[in-house]
Design a protein around this ligand. Structure first.
Ligand SMILES: CC(C)(COP(=O)(O)OP(=O)(O)OC[C@H]1O[C@@H](n2cnc3c(N)ncnc32)[C@H](O)[C@@H]1OP(=O)(O)O)[C@@H](O)C(=O)NCCC(=O)NCCS
Length: 176
């Protein structure tokens, strides 16, 4: 039987924050490391309007996804993507990460499936995201969602020094 568990979480304890900080050190490339990761995860986890998806293998955190209502994030993100607008009915996928040794095993897919199901429970049927292009992730997402639109490419997203595609989708997935 699989020991992998996926949960939607609100709230945190210091142990979880330490595990997420550890996860991101390994999962995010150096140019994408968050400057103050503990603060980022605490803010994400304490807001009940967000969707935090945690994947564990026994006690080890191996994956994480954060969805934030677009209304709560667009003003900050406009700095990098001036065309980003308010949409109270859209969930923005702010972060997804999986440990390197766990990748290409549909862990990312499972995180996405979980956030879509939870968003639908909350009557949110629209998503948006800035997806990396150099890893094939944007293309993968464009094939995965039944109804997804590429709107634009941001050349230097978040000062990462690499492009990301701004995509909008509904929560229906093409593949299972
Ligand atoms: C993006 C990420 C979460 C995907 O996790 P995953 O567990 O590998 O996801 P899945 O196995 O469900 O599917 C990954 C798909 O994305 C594509 N992909 C993602 N990263 C890839 C890479 N480095 N090389 C090639 N293809 C990649 C592939 O199409 C792959 O599907 P396939 O294995 O069926 O060919 C993981 O690669 C990661 O944590 N990357 C670092 C952080 C990051 O870039 N986050 C996205 C920010 S927009």
């Amino acid at each position: 039987m699989s020991s992998i568990k996926i949960e939607i979480i609100t709230g945190y304890d210091e142990r979880l924050i330490a595990q997420l900080v550890e996860l991101q050190k390994k999962a995010l490339p150096p140019h994408m490391q968050i400057t103050e990761p503990a603060t980022y995860y605490k803010e994400g986890l304490q807001d009940r309007n967000n969707i935090n998806v945690i994947m564990r293998d026994r006690h080890k955190v191996i994956g994480y996804l954060l969805g934030i209502p677009q209304s709560n994030v667009y003003e900050e993100l406009r700095h990098w993507d001036p065309e980003m607008g308010d949409d109270p009915e859209r969930l923005y996928l702010d972060m997804i990460q999986v440990l390197p040794e766990e990748r290409r095993n549909k862990r990312g897919l499972a995180l996405i499936q979980t956030v879509c199901a939870e968003a639908e429970k909350r009557n949110l049927f629209k998503l948006s995201m800035h997806a990396r292009t150099t890893t094939g992730w944007s293309q993968y997402l464009q094939n995965l969602f039944a109804d997804i639109r590429f709107l634009r490419q941001i050349e230097n997203w978040y000062d990462f020094g690499e492009p990301c595609d701004y995509l909008e989708a509904t929560t229906s997935l093409d593949t299972v």
